[in-house]
Design a protein around this ligand. Structure first.
Ligand code: ASP
Length: 446
């Protein structure tokens, strides 16, 4: 059985068992599933553990072996342009569906206030976090790390990417003998990181079961009922973005069959769904790009870590719907000018959101303030917090799919052949080692 089939099974089983425990009020089963959750958390920690070595090694090899720094600039320009355009399209889709369906129109004031009161405390916490956020200038300055080791230690990917690219660019111009030694060393680190990912991914189906069943067992299904239209609009928008924006980009820019693409990448969105974190999914995303799509290291090592940090189409789309929903529920008119402000600020807010669970709801506060919903911010956030966990799972899958779409488009534009040749397709777990790591088994004498 392919690994993604096993993960999908874990997910479906987890959802079903969690749902039964929840609906039938089986307290013992609920407690049991919640007690299993640390297994899922262990998986998230283990996969996050490999982010720093993998990103540094892969970016070092990718950049230093390019031999052509102009190419790096070109890849960077295309990537950022693609990220910005698709995010703006995502926000526009979010606004369009919310204008058409009006998710906030059907909720009366008393339901609104009851919902909002339930999550008052958590919303206040989010407000404090948003207040502590650095200014735009500070954010830009923070891209240059004072201490790259501290950036690595704190899992701050953007400064780490910045440092590694500068360092790798320097490596590419030093004497060939030393350059090759550095590159060979990091190639080894990269390959070993990939092996660790393979090991960790073997436990993914069980971890996914543990994560999903606990979330569903705990979930306030009554909340989902009142926020069903809102949640439905977010999901519909995300589906449209996935099928139309990514579908067209994959078909016409990356020149791949969209369904083959989805099947090939499915491990990544499944792990994103279960962990709600683009950062934690990054190792899987990178492995998927290289081994399942055949994308070169210079492209994948740059496009994907950057994407995990700044490209969040799902988050931006969700923020657009949330703003419209909150405005509609409080009877505040959001005209065309404000909607243009939403396009701009939600794009920026999604760039600023970290690739960790619930980051999007914190930066949503910026968007709400920008369109003049300052007075409703806290109550508005409280209103939608109840379903945020579930929407976070879905939007994170879209975020990760967007990163892989961008990587395919950029790779193709650089003349890469993405006809999926590099896989060990005979591997029964679907995540077998690539040729580079299989050809010379340890101890085989070379
Ligand atoms: N959890 C999302 C991610 O990691 C960010 C968010 O929308 O909250 O991509």
């Amino acid at each position: 059985m392919q690994l993604y089939t096993k993960i999908l099974l874990g997910l479906i089983l987890g959802a079903v068992v969690g749902f039964i425990a929840n609906v039938a009020g089986l307290v013992w089963l609920q407690s049991f599933l919640i007690a299993l959750e640390p297994l899922g958390t262990a998986f998230i920690r283990a996969i996050t553990m490999i982010v720093v070595p993998l990103v540094v090694a892969s970016l070092m090899v990718g950049t230093a072996s390019l031999g052509d720094l102009a190419k790096l600039g070109r890849i960077g320009g295309k990537t950022i342009a693609f990220y910005l355009c698709t995010t703006a399209v995502a926000v526009t889709i979010g606004l369009t569906v919310s204008n058409l369906i009006k998710p906030g129109a059907g909720i009366d004031d008393s339901t609104r206030d009851v919902l909002s009161a339930q999550f008052e405390g958590q919303a206040a916490g989010a407000m404090t976090l948003a207040e502590e956020a650095p200014s735009v200038i500070e954010t830009l300055l923070n891209i240059i790390p004072r201490n790259p080791v501290a950036a690595a230690a704190n899992l701050e990917l953007l400064p780490l990417i910045f440092f590694t690219i500068v360092f790798a660019a320097a490596v590419s111009v030093i004497a060939p003998k030393r350059r090759d030694a550095v590159i060979t060393f990091f190639e080894g680190v990269n390959d070993a990181s990939m092996v660790v990912i393979d090991w960790i991914m073997k436990t993914a189906p069980y971890a996914v079961f543990a994560l999903i069943s606990a979330v569903v067992a705990r979930f306030g299904l009554d909340l989902l009922q009142s926020l069903l239209v809102y949640s439905g609009v977010v999901v519909l928008g995300l589906l449209l973005h996935l099928t139309i924006t990514y579908g067209l980009a994959v078909r016409f820019l990356a020149k791949l069959n969209f369904f083959t693409f989805l099947r090939r990448i499915s491990n990544a969105p499944l792990v994103a769904f279960s962990t709600s974190s683009s950062n934690a999914t990054l190792p899987v995303t990178m492995e998927t790009a290289e081994e399942r799509l055949g994308i070169s290291k210079p492209v994948s090592s740059f496009v994907l870590p950057l994407g995990a940090t700044i490209n969040m189409d799902g988050t931006a789309l969700y923020q657009a719907v949330a703003v419209m929903f909150i405005a509609q529920i409080y009877g505040i008119e959001i005209g065309l000018t404000e909607q243009l402000i939403v396009v701009l600020t939600a794009t920026l807010a999604s760039i600023g959101a970290a690739g960790v669970p619930s980051a999007g709801i914190i930066t949503l506060i910026i968007v709400l303030n920008a369109v003049g919903l300052g007075a409703q911010v806290q109550a508005g956030i409280a209103l939608i917090l109840g379903v945020d966990r579930i929407l976070d799972m879905i939007r994170t899958s879209v975020n990760v799919t967007g990163d892989l779409t961008a990587a395919s488009v950029v790779a193709r534009s650089e003349g890469e052949d993405l006809s999926f040749p590099p896989r060990g397709d005979g591997d029964d777990d679907g995540m077998g080692l690539p040729r580079s790591r299989r050809e010379v088994p340890v101890g085989a004498g070379g």
